[in-house]
Design a binder for this molecule. Structure first.
Ligand code: AMP
Length: 488
């Protein structure tokens, strides 16, 4: 008998878990489910990837299924709030899986798509609603939704909500919820401001904390290459080529790439990186707030299926995305909020697997690295530039002005090798400039993608230290576990 059986979860839920192949609960599930089944409020300090969706879904589904109620027009019994569309869709998908054998309806609403259809779908009410705050309030304002019947309220990724300026909408939601309810409040970090926000929602909660940030960080091999901003594109192209090549397992310095996530600070920066990669014959897609919902879904779908193995993302777009098999994270630009770095590298090393994170650090980004190392208590290992970096860089093709942002695939990752063009180092791309111009103020089009101005400076120090790294095994993981050191 599995631990899930011992918890006394309803039989249809156990069957769904069997279909999913879950045999043992993750630590957060083990800690949270019993109290949630009792109806307690919960304060969960956990990141996506820890199994928190099942931790809040399974007991909630159990409680709803055990107390069937007729649906109320425009009402819902359980409300899950998520900061981003992708995460909302992912939560709803997971919940549908867990509720597969239950007679409960699950709807998901978020911005970027017409509201009319969502409003119509809510007319007769739903058991469970997963929503982003902006669209939720729009639907409430249109009288297509009422929160009067909410029995269970889940606020996910509270710290991200706060970063995105969702405080005012959340306060509005808090005022609309019935007093009598069960509330669950999740956040990856719990600074004072988030704890204060939590007080508005939860009452005498059970506190559950899993995988403190430092331990997630410890599972990832973390490297830093010191480089000029203007040379980063060439380095990225070279590193990706190396890692995606058929002989990468033997040859690539930091292992074969299964899937790679590249983080830029700005949406324009993400598009620019994709254009360069495409020109170099590396299929890549971008995901960020300026993309239409259909483009975002297509990019994520291609990445999930492995047809596009490089996804270039801004922090917000990538937050919470659960794609297994992300072997490498490249920080094309370093986040100035150290927690963001932890979220980024948390995209790899999921579900117990190890991953590799490589940060490209421009001279003016060094202070950010110091803050990150202080937070994670992990010292980044210096990864020198490839020995023939300048030579390789000088051979890279320049992107055409209007290269497609979403490549159609077809070309092998290695096929653009002999292209000619201006060395990247002379192109002065200045990624990240003007990021504030990209700002969006819509509720679910977070303003939080703005991370301030970022300057590219001259004076590389990346090529100075040259050291060979051992070739890696087929998965490329684990051989350099010792490269990650605790600093305290
Ligand atoms: P989450 O943190 O909810 O996004 O979950 C991360 C991943 O772990 C998802 O792909 C889940 O399907 C998976 N997962 C959650 N709970 C379990 C479990 N008990 N056993 C195996 N996989 C799980």
């Amino acid at each position: 008998m599995s631990y899930f059986n011992e918890l006394g979860l309803a039989e249809p839920i156990l069957r769904a878990l069997q279909v999913k192949g879950y045999t043992d609960p993750s630590p957060i599930q083990r800690k949270a489910i019993p109290s949630l089944l009792e109806g307690r409020d919960l304060l969960g300090i956990a990141q996506t990837g820890t199994g928190k969706t099942a931790a809040f879904s399974l007991p909630s589904l159990h409680r709803l299924a055990n107390d069937p109620q007729p649906r109320k027009n425009a009402g819902c019994r359980m409300l899950v709030l998520s900061p981003t569309r992708e995460l909302a869709a992912q939560i709803a998908d997971n919940m549908r899986g867990y509720a597969k054998f239950l007679n409960l309806s699950i709807q998901c609403v978020f911005g970027g798509v017409p509201a009319g259809k969502q409003a119509r779908a809510l007319e007769r009410g739903t058991d469970i609603l997963v929503a982003t705050p902006g669209r939720l309030l729009d639907l409430i304002d249109q009288r297509a939704l009422t929160l009067r019947h909410v029995e269970i309220f889940v606020l996910d990724e509270a710290d991200q909500m706060m970063d995105l300026g969702f405080i005012v909408p959340l306060k509005r939601v808090a005022a609309l919820l019935p007093k009598e309810r069960q509330s669950l409040f999740f956040s990856a970090t719990m600074p004072q401001a988030i704890a204060e926000l939590g007080k508005q929602f939860i009452n005498n909660p059970v506190k559950v904390e899993v995988a403190p940030q430092s331990s997630t960080a410890e599972r990832v091999e973390q490297y830093a290459t010191f480089i000029n901003q203007a040379e980063k594109q060439a380095l990225l192209t070279i590193r990706l080529r190396e890692g995606l090549a058929p002989d990468a397992a033997e040859q690539a310095e930091h292992g074969a790439i299964d899937r790679a996530l590249v983080f830029t600070r700005t949406k324009h920066g993400a598009d620019r990186v994709v254009r360069h990669l495409t020109a170099a014959g590396i299929p890549a897609a971008a995901i960020h707030g300026n993309k239409s919902q259909a483009q975002r879904t297509a990019a994520l779908g291609g990445f999930r299926q492995g047809t596009v193995r490089v996804l270039v993302a801004t922090d917000i777009a990538a937050r919470g995305i659960d794609v297994s098999g992300v072997s490498h994270v490249y920080n094309f630009e370093i986040p100035n909020v150290p927690e963001q770095y932890v979220h980024r590298i948390g995209r790899t090393a999921r579900a117990g697997a190890d991953g590799v994170a490589i940060s490209f650090v421009a001279p003016d980004e060094k202070p950010y690295i110091r803050d990150i190392e202080r937070l994670t208590r992990v010292k980044l290992e210096a990864l020198p530039l490839p020995e023939d970096f300048q030579k390789q860089a000088s051979r890279l093709p320049a992107p055409s002005r209007k290269a497609p942002a979403q490549p159609q695939g077809g070309r092998k990752p290695n096929s653009g090798k002999q292209g000619s063009g201006k060395p990247r180092g002379q192109q002065g791309q200045g990624q990240g400039r003007g990021s504030n111009r990209d700002s969006e103020r819509r509720h679910d089009r977070p303003a939080g993608e703005r991370h301030g101005e970022h300057r590219a400076e001259a004076g590389s120090e990346g090529g100075e230290r040259k050291r060979r790294f051992r070739p890696r095994g087929p998965k490329g993981m684990g051989a350099h576990k010792n490269k990650v050191r605790r600093t305290s």
